[in-house]
Design a protein around this ligand. Structure first.
Ligand code: NAD
Length: 449
């Protein structure tokens, strides 16, 4: 059987990387791809997939790298690197976020696009996987510069996206406003196309509840998991790394359902509730709105990110970026449940340690799938030119996530595997089946016939 490294090597040789803004790609494509390798290989081994099948399932359908020239407010010109990787369209149009971050690289986009393929398959929405981004530091760009950057990026990739080809959504440092610019730029070339992007403002066809859906979904999956373990979200003590869209909305859901947020951290530092009173989430959200950070929240003690990961608590939610839990930090975790709000927050080495320590890890594919499920509702709403009420969105969101959670738990228990292995196994099997039906891949059973 071909080793995963051999598969990676073949993928590498097909890339032509040109260094534009930011660091060279070769410096950065490391840990997230290794984590995806680790997760895929565990499940593919259980499924008995051949090297050919693994190669076909892992190789991205399309990788686009574009130069994005932007005139800055001071009149100078900068050229940013923009990416869009479409990993798979076997089960439907590709789907995935667009992020603005200095660390954006083709390797990172590749791993995150692949995650989307498995995530959409696991929650059984008719999409494939994609991811895109621009290597930039949006905190150093004015709003006008961000708008020009977004529009120029869309002008370079518009032929590769669209309602039945690839549908972007927000990710790190992008939001409803960025989606509105994408809608406008795409529609100016292809005619009014609200279904070309999701998580738009409601006034432009966005669905009510989409902006909170990823965080809400984390809370729903956590509640279901604790119930299955004979526990409750009520009174659960929770620490959250990352207090952006995902972390803040997860915190709000957990607090509303009786959980206690005892600590949070963002890129600037962390805070811990002092005394027995948990942090009050609405006040914290307001503090972040006013100051840009959780740091300095009145009445809380300062901690750093490493301290947050090691706090004694019931639930830890990494909801910032990839590689948050590494071999050096996994041994320090004192939570009994980890819910992966971010994509790929646990490195392969950390995953082994957490498993050996008996800590339940609800994997990213399942935990943060609420966003893409709500995006699917938004897409269908746009295609049908209807508008769903928020209660319907939340009701259906819960039913999709609980169904996915139960199918993962059933496989994990029946086959004595981790939740992560079970989630990847279900997802890979569904995509392999779709590829097989479409003729690109014969399944193991067919080959043995
Ligand atoms: P965001 O930009 O709104 O928030 C990111 C948060 O992480 C911010 O609070 C930021 O300060 C913090 N952060 C960044 N670097 C950090 C560091 N080194 N240490 C501690 N905190 C740090 O982004 P988001 O939309 O909330 O996304 C967070 C994660 O969730 C990402 O991994 C993203 O891919 C994933 N995700 C997002 C969605 C969605 O719908 N937005 C859906 C699925 C998965």
């Amino acid at each position: 059987m071909q080793s995963p490294n051999a598969v990676r090597h073949e993928l590498d040789s097909s890339r032509s990387v040109v260094a534009l803004e930011g660091r060279a790609d070769s410096e950065r494509r490391t840990e997230v791809e290794l984590t995806a390798d680790h997760n895929f290989t565990l499940a593919a081994g259980r499924l008995g997939l051949s090297a050919d099948q693994q190669l076909l399932l892992r190789t991205p359908f399309r990788e686009v790298k574009v130069a994005v020239p932007v005139q800055m407010d001071d009149g100078t010109l900068r050229v940013f690197a923009g990416y869009r990787v479409q990993h798979s369209g076997a089960r439907g149009p590709a789907k995935g976020g667009i992020r603005f971050h200095t660390d954006v690289s083709i390797g990172e986009m590749h791993a995150l696009a692949e995650i989307m393929t498995w995530k959409t398959a696991l929650v059984d929405v008719p999409f494939g996987g994609a991811k895109g981004g621009i290597a930039c530091d949006p905190s150093k760009l004015s709003l006008a510069e961000q708008e020009r950057l977004t529009r120029r990026y869309v002008s370079r990739i518009h032929r590769f996206i669209g309602p039945f080809r690839d549908i972007p959504a927000p990710d790190v440092n992008t939001n409803e406003q960025v989606m509105a610019w994408i809608l406008d730029e795409y529609s100016s070339r292809h005619g009014y196309s609200p279904a070309c992007v999701t998580s738009k403002p409601v006034e432009l066809g966005g669905i009510r509840g989409r902006s909170t859906a990823t965080g809400t979904g984390i809370g729903m999956v956590l509640a279901e998991h604790l119930k299955a373990r004979g526990r409750s979200i009520r009174g659960a003590r929770v620490a959250i790394q990352g207090f952006g869209n995902v972390g803040a909305n997860a915190a709000a859901f957990i607090e509303q359902h009786g959980g206690e947020i005892i600590a949070v951290a963002d890129v600037n530092g962390g805070i811990l509730s002092s005394g027995s009173r948990p942090l009050r989430v609405p006040d914290l959200i307001e503090h972040v709105r006013l100051t840009g950070s959780v740091v300095g929240f009145p009445g809380a003690m300062s901690i750093d990110n490493d301290e947050l990961l090691a706090l004694p608590c019931d639930v830890l939610i990494p909801a910032a970026l990839e590689n948050a839990l590494t071999e050096s930090s996994a041994g320090e975790v004192r939570a009994s449940v980890i819910v992966e709000g971010a994509n790929l927050p646990t490195t392969a080495g950390a995953d082994r340690i957490l498993r050996s320590r008996g800590i339940d890890v609800i994997p990213d594919l399942l935990a943060n799938a609420g966003g893409v499920v709500a995006s699917y509702f938004e897409w269908t709403q746009n295609l049908q030119q209807t508008q769903w009420p928020r209660q319907k969105v939340n009701r259906k969101l819960q039913s999709y996530l609980v169904r996915a959670y139960r199918s993962v738990r059933k496989i994990a228990e029946a086959r004595d595997m981790s939740f992560r292995e079970a989630a990847w196994l279900i997802a890979i099997e569904r995509v392999a089946r779709a590829e097989s039906l479409r003729g690109a891949l014969s399944t193991v059973k067919e080959r043995n016939r």
